[in-house]
Design a protein around this ligand. Structure first.
Ligand SMILES: Nc1nc2c(ncn2[C@@H]2O[C@H](COP(=O)(O)OP(=O)(O)OP(=O)(O)O)[C@@H](O)[C@H]2O)c(=O)[nH]1
Ligand SMILES: [Mg+2]
Length: 700
């Protein structure tokens, strides 16, 4: 792979339009990226939120277009996990799908200056033109510390701009700086143990010097415990024998040469930090320490965790139910009007039963989903998520996973796909694989409409008390988590044996959640949900309506027409497989369409039961239409036991084509994607069979 030419000394940035954003995890890179580009990258208060590069555009003060690349956070240029590898590849200019950065913006959390400068000095070593954005200046000042910005800039040899990305402060200064010439980075930390210097002198000359400083590159690869991967990234595998030889020589001469090299850099950085940072004397234990004591307490911490979850689900039912009923009423009015103005026939049925009965029945859940996302946003942005991961570390290590793996599991509660992607932050490949395999057990937001509909039917169509409804949903969520832990234990003790890595998760400070951040994310979620409802779900609903309306059976009633339709024939064909679970053919069709996406279950059931409203003065709610359905012997189909079994099926099964595709991409093979689909579906079926048959035996 050819390395791009190195930036020329003092080259004007007019030619340098590609800018990479790098920094430690949780330092505010994506917040700055969003502020500059106007995009809506996910931002949250825990490390490892961004796991993929993202490109956006902005203009400098001269109106020149700059391309900005947001990157996963990393503590050093020696990658230890796949997400960090992406950042290093972009910086080294070796990613074929990403433009070579002409300059780098290093985002530094000013409250963690010393730790952040480790990466900054490594970037400067590479010789890339860099700007340091000193973010979180508000927190630094709140803590009573003060920083000599000009002094730091002089010591680093690059522009340093104080900023508060969350309030868009410092952006004009950044744009102005980018409009001028930027000097190439110069090494700040030059000292190495003597034997390492000797090795570098021997082999650095063989490294290509087209893109970045060869000495810095050589020092990086030499320090890697396994230099192969980095050598591949940098296309210098031909130098591997020489590198290994030098490593062996160093081991012989100075067994702890790696630690010593790191320690020397750290010590130089400590001196530098001491010269520019005035720390306020720490007087008492901070409120954060006090809160953390309780929030991560082995007993009280769990009570707090359960209390937060309970409140969240209660709000979903209590706050979300009102707007949901309002939207429902709106669709009912719309449906009644269409019935009035359109002549009886296929077009009317298509709109009222297909579109409104299908997609409309899913859209009504939007308010409740938004309430869920509002709470998840609060938890993520306040810093609680990282505490929950800390709390879970004990359970996680019992099942053999590192506590950090809880973050992908938590992220999967919004949607399994970002959860699966964020498993990239795990350094151990086995842990990563196990986390991917169990992540879809975490109840994603697409399951919520199914749960809410089934709970309404469970309570016989009457609104149940919010507390009881919230308790059921919370139990389903906890059941999903417990199952994820159970299978993780199984996989860690069979397919992916290995000791759990110790928990290396930094607890971010608590922050007042930003309503703007949460609101933006809720808006983008709502947009995605409505787009899906307006496209795929409408399309599937229309197809399904056609399958229920054709072939026409003249002179028969609604249910005979449905039974004789294409959908009815397919349904009756699959009924024997699902009958032992207490499901009728309509539920079966719902389960088939839910394989594409879980919400399709609700839209499908909506279409199949839309006919129940026919002849009624007003359209009846879907849950009541379900309760009216009977088996041929007159027994109700949707008994509480059947509603429970359906919910359990949704807790355990993997019904989401996008997840299967994401797993294929992340694991690099269809084998794992199909394995996951197979084991989860089989498990769901087995549990539902056992529960339904046991329930029947008990007379339920
Ligand atoms: N107080 C304060 N908070 C900030 C500032 N900038 C960002 N934040 C908050 O810091 C947290 C982390 O921000 P992100 O932009 O997600 O950080 P990141 O560097 O992209 O994190 P990763 O993607 O995990 O590497 C969020 O809660 C932001 O709201 C700031 O200047 N002041
Ligand atoms: Mg980010």
């Amino acid at each position: 792979m050819k390395l791009a030419p190195r930036a020329r000394e003092g080259a004007p940035l007019a030619e340098l339009t590609n800018i990479a954003l790098v920094g430690n995890p949780n330092s505010g890179k994506s917040t700055l990226f969003n502020a500059l580009t106007g995009l809506r990258q996910k931002v949250a208060n825990y490390p490892g939120v961004t796991i993929e590069k993202k490109i956006g555009f902005f203009f400098d003060l001269h109106g020149r277009k700059c391309q900005l690349i947001d990157l996963p956070g990393t503590y050093s240029l020696l990658p230890s996990a796949p997400d960090e590898e992406i950042t290093c590849e972009v910086l080294f200019g070796t990613r074929p799908d990403t433009p070579v950065p002409d300059a780098v913006i290093c985002v530094v959390d000013a409250t963690h200056l010393e730790r952040s400068l480790y990466l900054v000095t490594q970037v400067l070593d590479l010789g890339l033109p860099a700007i340091v954005m000193l973010n979180m200046m508000d927190l630094l000042e709140e803590g009573g510390d003060s920083l000599d910005v000009a002094g730091l800039s002089a010591k680093l040899g690059c522009p340093v701009i104080p900023c508060q990305a969350s309030r868009r402060k410092g952006l004009v200064e950044l744009r102005a700086t980018l409009s001028h010439e930027l000097p190439p980075g110069r090494p700040v930390c030059r000292r190495c143990p003597a034997p390492v210097e000797e090795s570098l002198a021997r082999i650095a000359g063989d490294f290509p010097e087209e893109r970045v400083e060869r000495r810095a590159l050589c020092a990086l690869i030499l320090g890697a415990p396994d230099p192969r991967r980095l050598a591949e990234v940098l296309a210098v595998t031909h130098l591997l024998p020489a590198l290994r030889q030098e490593q062996e020589r160093l081991e012989g001469k100075m067994p702890d040469w790696r630690q010593q090299t790191i320690a020397m850099r750290q010590s130089e950085i400590r001196t530098l930090t001491g010269e520019v940072l005035q720390k306020s004397p720490v007087i008492a234990k901070s409120a954060t320490d006090w809160l953390d004591h309780w929030v991560t307490h082995p007993f009280v911490g769990w009570l707090i965790f359960l209390g937060i979850m309970g409140t969240m689900f209660l709000a979903v039912f209590e706050v979300g139910a009102g707007p949901k009923d309002a939207i429902n009423a709106l669709f009912s009015v719309l449906s009644a009007r269409l019935e009035k103005i359109l002549p009886a026939g296929d077009l009317r049925d298509l709109l009222t039963e297909g579109v409104i009965g299908g997609a409309g029945n899913v859209i009504v859940f939007l308010p409740q989903i938004l309430v869920l996302f509002f709470f998840l946003g609060l938890l993520e942005d306040s810093g609680y998520m990282a505490r929950a991961a800390f709390l879970m570390d004990k359970v996680m290590s019992r099942v053999g996973l590192q506590g950090k793996a809880f973050i992908p599991l938590l992220a999967s509660h919004a949607c399994a796909i970002p959860g699966i992607l964020s498993a990239r932050t795990l350094s151990d490949p086995g842990d990563r694989m196990v986390t991917i395999l169990v992540a879809p057990f975490a109840s994603c937001s697409a399951r919520l409409p199914v749960y809410v509909l089934m709970i309404a039917a469970f309570f016989g169509g009457r609104p149940g008390a919010g507390v009881a409804e919230a308790a059921i949903v919370m139990s389903l969520y906890l059941l999903g988590l417990a199952t994820a832990f159970g299978f993780a234990w199984l996989f860690k003790n069979s397919l992916f044996r290995g000791r759990p890595a110790p928990l290396v998760l930094e607890l971010p400070p608590y922050r007042r959640p930003s309503l703007r951040t949460i609101g933006t994310q809720m808006l983008s979620r709502a947009g995605a949900f409505l787009r899906r409802a307006g496209t795929t779900i409408v399309a599937i609903s229309v197809i399904l309506w056609w399958l229920t309306a054709y072939p026409k059976v003249p002179g028969v009633d609604q249910s005979a027409q449905l039974a004789g339709s294409f959908a009815g024939r397919i349904g009756h064909w699959i009924e024997p497989v699902i009958r032992p679970l207490g499901f009728n053919w309509k539920i079966g069709i719902g389960l088939i369409s839910a394989q594409a996406a879980r919400e399709n279950f609700v839209s499908t059931i909506g279409v199949l039961y839309a006919g129940k409203s026919k002849g009624e003065a007003e359209p009846i709610p879907l849950s009541r239409a379900l309760l009216a359905d009977r088996w041929p012997d007159g027994q109700p189909v949707f008994t509480p036991l059947v509603c429970l079994t359906i919910m359990l099926f949704f807790v355990f099964s993997l019904q989401c084509v996008s997840t299967v595709v994401a797993v294929r991409r992340e694991t690099g093979s269809w084998r794992w994607a199909f394995f996951q689909f197979g084991y989860m579906t089989f498990f769901a079926y087995a549990v539902c069979l056992a529960v339904y048959q046991a329930g029947r035996a008990c007379g339920l």
